[in-house]
Design a binder for this molecule. Structure first.
Ligand SMILES: NC(=O)C1=CN([C@@H]2O[C@H](COP(=O)(O)OP(=O)(O)OC[C@H]3O[C@@H](n4cnc5c(N)ncnc54)[C@H](OP(=O)(O)O)[C@@H]3O)[C@@H](O)[C@H]2O)C=CC1
Ligand SMILES: CC(C)(CO)C(=O)C(=O)O
Length: 302
């Protein structure tokens, strides 16, 4: 079983590490600094208080997806088009491609570029790059996919490697539930440069969050998406379970990188416009983050 990971960042390295530890033939495709470090020392994998060096292949060449049974596509939503175009010519006829990304339209966008259907995958993991070729895992690691021609094969391949895989008839709804959490918190944490616990104490913040969530549910309803679970309870849970965490949007801006906001609040604004659902709270947050992205100096301590 050969598995290629496109995007050797936090998510890609975490799943690449688990799969390589199980004995699969894994290749990570990433940026030169990570690839150099991994080829020299192995992938440094920190998880659950243990630190391991894992020997696996790494390459800067997208052609390394050739011959893979499964490709885990793990770049940020902003890079879906360019990374998709880079791997497209090298994919085998039977290669299964999974999108392990936040946002709800990456699989569709990627599928249009690579000319085949892509498995949308909800990723419940906390991971970050702690240095070149060094991934830190903070918690969870389970995936949700929808039923499709490849879902049984995917589950049978990933589960023995310690990756829980749920096959859900409402994977798209689960992607939406996750995106609504992102819409509620990511921009506010980025604009305020605060972690969730402090953010929640801000004047009017919970009112804004409620408005954002209500708009997202309105857009989802207009599109016929059934969002599973109690979204408001999940939103409230973030403050309790991750009080010290900054959103990925905040972290992206702190590092001077483009954020995924176009695929979070920006997506809600676009779809709301198409469906005739007003989204003023999402619009303000989206615009604030876009304005921050225009600032030349974003780097702050976080
Ligand atoms: N980190 C987490 O805990 C979680 C993340 N997610 C989602 O998973 C997705 C991936 O996130 P994450 O792993 O954190 O992101 P990272 O930025 O850590 O990883 C993506 C990596 O892919 C690299 N990359 C982009 N384009 C290419 C390319 N063409 N060739 C080679 N390498 C490339 C990036 O390099 P560079 O930065 O130089 O562009 C980066 O190193 C996102 O959609 C995110 O929202 C979901 C759940 C949890
Ligand atoms: C922590 C959480 C769930 C919400 O902001 C997240 O996914 C992110 O930071 O992107």
């Amino acid at each position: 079983m050969k598995i290629a990971v496109m995007g050797a960042g936090a998510v890609g390295c975490y799943y690449g590490a688990k799969l390589a530890q199980h004995g699969y033939d894994v290749v990570l495709i990433g940026r030169p600094q990570h690839v150099r470090a991994i080829n020299k020392n192995g992938l440094h994998f920190e998880s659950g208080g243990t630190s391991t060096m894992i020997a696996l292949a790494a390459s800067i060449d997208p052609a390394a997806v050739a011959g893979a049974d499964i490709v885990l596509f793990c770049v940020k939503s902003t890079d879906t088009a360019s990374a998709g175009a880079a791997i497209a010519p090298h994919l085998g006829a039977h290669t299964v491609v999974m999108s392990l990304q936040n946002g709800v339209d990456n699989a569709e966008r990627l599928g249009a570029i690579i000319g085949r259907s892509v498995v949308p995958t909800v990723v419940y993991v906390g991971a970050g790059m702690a240095g070149d070729g060094h991934v830190a895992h903070f918690g969870r690691g389970d995936l949700v996919i929808g039923p499709n021609d490849a879902s049984d094969m995917i589950a049978q391949t990933l589960r023995p490697a310690g990756i829980p895989v749920e096959i859900s008839k409402n994977a798209q709804g689960a992607l939406w539930a996750k995106m609504i959490l992102n819409c509620a918190y990511n921009a506010l944490s980025a604009v305020s440069r605060l972690p969730y616990g402090d953010l929640a104490k801000g004047e009017g913040v919970m009112v804004v969050i409620e408005n954002v969530v209500a708009e997202c549910l309105g857009v989802a309803g207009a599109l016929g998406i059934i969002v599973p679970g109690d979204v408001r309870e999940a939103v409230a849970g973030i403050i309790k379970t991750m009080p010290a965490q900054y959103s990925s949007t905040a972290q992206d801006l702190m590092r001077g990188k483009p954020s995924e906001i176009d695929y979070l609040n920006g997506y809600i604004v676009r779809k709301g416009g198409e469906m005739g659902v007003a989204t003023p709270a999402n619009q303000v947050l989206y615009t604030m983050v876009k304005l921050l992205e225009m600032q030349p100096e974003q780097t702050v301590q976080g």
